[in-house]
Design a protein. Structure first.
Length: 316
């Protein structure tokens, strides 16, 4: 077992009150599993991804336990988390490379990163070069500035760097969203290849693009309004989903490269509820074609078949 998350709750403090961005999320990502994380904008994907690694200043940890390979992560203690970041758990944000120092050559940045963690760049460089070769990147990217790389090359470089120390878990948040289809494919293939070679043992891929998620993910977890709706093997989510929200997402499944987020859910009016004061009961209730009395109570997220969990009274 690689990652185990139990009852995770994270809020944002705002002047208007607390935003319940992640409201009790429980799941596992097994050794060797690539899990796609999907759901409409604002459902809590980025909050979940970040809370496993680095809470930003406005995020408030409320409750829950995160274990990686049986070790409890101190996610509410950002200083203590330093010991795990990059060595055991790595994060690739959407615009990873644009956030980096434009006047540092890439090789120098990597050297600084490694040295800040007590590793010797020179002894790791041969493996770094081998991995660049493997993903079809020229070794001289190390002598270039970020601006000299295309978006696709940058994201592949970031994946190579973030997995350089063979972490247990890589979390990629929309790592391919800003890229064109062929570059998306190259980054996605890099993730799969690195998992196959065990440079990283498990991967969480946050994506707007279910078709892309389906191509690379073993399992898909669907979120709705800060909660889990469904998690199952990717082909079950795509071909025989049980949660009405997943069914609505799948019936509007677009071609590869098109973001479902930009589309309205087919046949389902309305939008997700606000997370400032989330409604009680099932959060999909006011949009759900199957809603009935019991939905005023919150449905538990339960396993209905091996590896298939759903939070819906009608699916249990
Ligand atoms: N810094 C913040 N302050 C207040 N609310 C936030 C902040 N960041 C995100 N949120 C809210 O938290 C919820 C989840 O957001 P997020 O995790 O970014 O969703 P996603 O990545 O699925 O689009 C949304 O309601 C969003 O408006
Ligand atoms: S619990 Fe009720 S409202 Fe929620 S998805 Fe299921 S049927 Fe719809
Ligand atoms: Mg996001």
């Amino acid at each position: 077992m690689s990652l185990q998350v139990d009852g995770l709750r994270v809020r944002y403090r705002t002047l208007r009150g607390d935003v319940h961005a992640l409201d009790g999320v429980t799941f596992e990502v097994a050794d060797g599993e690539i899990m796609g994380l999907v759901g409409e904008s604002g459902c809590g994907k980025t909050t979940l991804a970040k809370s496993l690694i680095r809470l930003d200043g406005r995020m408030q940890y409320v409750d829950g336990v995160v274990e990686l390979d049986g070790v409890k992560l101190p996610i509410d203690d950002q200083h203590a988390m330093n010991r795990f970041r990059f060595t055991q758990i790595s994060f690739v944000p959407q615009y990873a490379m644009s956030a980096l120092n434009p006047i540092r050559k890439i090789g120098k940045m990597i050297a600084e990163l490694l040295e800040s963690r007590g590793f010797d760049y020179k002894s790791i460089q041969p493996e770094l070069e081998r991995r660049l070769d493997l993903v079809g990147l020229p070794r001289d990217v190390l002598r270039r500035y970020p601006i000299e790389l295309s978006g696709g090359m940058k994201q592949r470089t970031v994946v190579v760097v973030s997995t350089l120390l063979d972490p247990s878990l890589l979390v990629a948040d929309e790592a391919t969203s800003a890229l064109d289809v062929s570059n998306q494919k190259a980054v996605a293939e890099t993730l799969v290849e690195f998992r196959d070679r065990r440079f990283v043992r498990s991967v969480i891929v946050v994506t707007h693009d279910i078709s892309l998620g389906y191509q690379i993910a073993d399992t898909i977890m669907v979120m709705y309004a800060g909660k889990q709706a469904e998690k199952a093997p990717a082909e079950v989510i795509v071909n025989s989903p049980r949660h009405p929200y997943t069914q609505a997402l799948m019936s509007s499944l677009p071609e590869v490269g098109v973001r479902y987020e930009d589309r309205r859910l087919a046949g389902i009016p309305g939008s997700p509820p606000p997370l400032l004061n989330p409604p009680s009961g099932c959060r999909f209730r006011d949009r759900c074609p199957l809603a009935f009395d019991q939905c005023a109570e919150e449905p538990p997220f339960v396993e209905i078949a091996t590896g298939h969990s759903v939070a819906c009274w009608k699916a249990a």
